[in-house]
Design a protein around this ligand. Structure first.
Ligand code: SF4
Ligand code: SF4
Length: 360
């Protein structure tokens, strides 16, 4: 069957092509796993077979030379098997126990190029989005902010000294390709101004009905400007999401003054013992400060160090905040409590924007 055998570039190849033999042989029959030391795990199968993973931190954008070096390491110690995690960590998968320590020694000999860690009660790598390098609607950069924040939190990557895991996420706009809604600490790019309308371009580069349909708050209407077909935007309804810009390049919304970072805290996904929690607003706005983002870095570090000092064992950031109370959270972190933190529904009378972050 020609169609069946056709090789395309649509979607990734089937995952089990990349399994090490020990995982193939014991698929679905794993008994337990343990973290032996920060960054080193063992998974044990019902058959008694074992596989070790050594996790290192990496960046989302890396050079081909670095990837080649990682592949050479995997060839030498792991029979060629390694995997990238959703947080851009890299795991070397070792089936031959005698190669575990030599692999760890080799990675350590390369200094901070291949830092081992990111397991258990650590700050593991930050899951993040595309930023200025690749997307069209970002309010902030992604990789740049992540690098600056992780440099400052590096001591927590290779250790287990936090009360529980701290998952940090970054999304560079509120379309939120990162896991910002459910992370212990979230860095979110926010626009604070509606799109500009380039009336002279709209009718040439945009399908106006599509643009109108793309707006989640029904803020866009058709409008004639002289002889030109264009649109108008109800500014009170606009929530600065950029969906219209995705449809129409004549509605740009990136803005030097309006764009910046909001910090959210206390989210988590569910586990067997507790329900999920949504992140809540901690800092409504920090201006863009490339290349090292000092205010955002200082703010995230302060939250982590206060949590490290005050959290109880296995208590996540959101659980710590709920126990001590939001008032004390603001006191301890020194963050300013502002009117944006008070949620209300009065805005709904004149706009559809009922959450806190639109009150600038
Ligand atoms: Fe693009 Fe927004 Fe996703 Fe960032 S979060 S990659 S700006 S859609
Ligand atoms: Fe609508 Fe979003 Fe465009 Fe505002 S930015 S007009 S809310 S689509």
């Amino acid at each position: 069957n020609l169609m069946q055998d056709r090789i395309t570039d649509i979607g990734p190849p089937k995952y089990d092509r990349f399994f090490p033999p020990v995982i193939k042989e014991n698929f679905g029959k794993w008994k337990y796993h343990e973290i032996l030391e920060p960054g080193v795990l063992v998974h044990v199968a019902e058959s008694g077979a074992e596989i070790y993973s050594v996790r290192i931190g990496s960046a989302r954008l890396i050079s081909v030379d670095l990837i080649r070096e990682m592949c050479d390491i995997a060839d030498k110690f792991c029979g060629g098997f390694l995997r990238w995690t959703t947080r851009n960590n890299v795991e070397f998968l070792v089936s031959d126990k005698s190669k575990l320590q030599p692999l760890i020694d080799h990675l350590r000999s390369r200094g901070n190029w291949f830092p081992i860690g990111g397991t258990g009660n650590s700050v593991t790598n930050i899951v993040h989005t595309q930023g200025w390098a690749h997307c069209h609607t970002p309010a902030i950069d992604a990789s740049g902010v992540v690098k600056a924040v992780m440099d400052e939190l590096f001591e927590y990557f290779g250790s287990h000294k936090l009360p529980a895991q701290v998952r940090i996420a970054l999304a560079c706009c509120l379309n939120m390709c990162g896991a910002v809604h459910c992370s212990d600490i979230a860095i979110l790019g926010v626009h604070r101004k509606p799109p500009l309308i380039e009336h002279d371009r709209v009718q040439n580069v945009c399908e106006i009905p599509l643009v109108i349909a793309a707006c989640p708050t029904a803020a866009i209407k058709p409008k004639k400007v002289g002889e030109m077909k264009s649109v108008e935007i109800n500014q009170n309804r606009c929530m600065f999401c950029g969906n219209c810009y995705t449809m129409c390049p004549a509605l740009p919304l990136a803005d030097g003054e309006g764009d910046g970072i909001a910090i959210w805290v206390g989210g988590k996904v569910s586990n067997v013992k507790s329900v999920p929690m949504f992140s809540k607003l901690a800092v409504p706005y920090i201006p863009n400060e490339p290349p090292r983002w000092p205010t955002a870095v200082k703010t995230v570090k302060k939250i982590v160090t206060e949590y490290a000092a005050g959290g109880r064992r296995y208590e996540r950031v959101g659980e710590w905040i709920n126990r001590i109370g939001w008032e004390r959270f603001f006191e301890k972190t020194g963050l300013e409590f502002r009117h944006e933190h008070i949620d209300d529904y009065r805005l709904a009378m004149t706009t559809w924007r009922t959450t806190t972050q639109f009150k600038f």
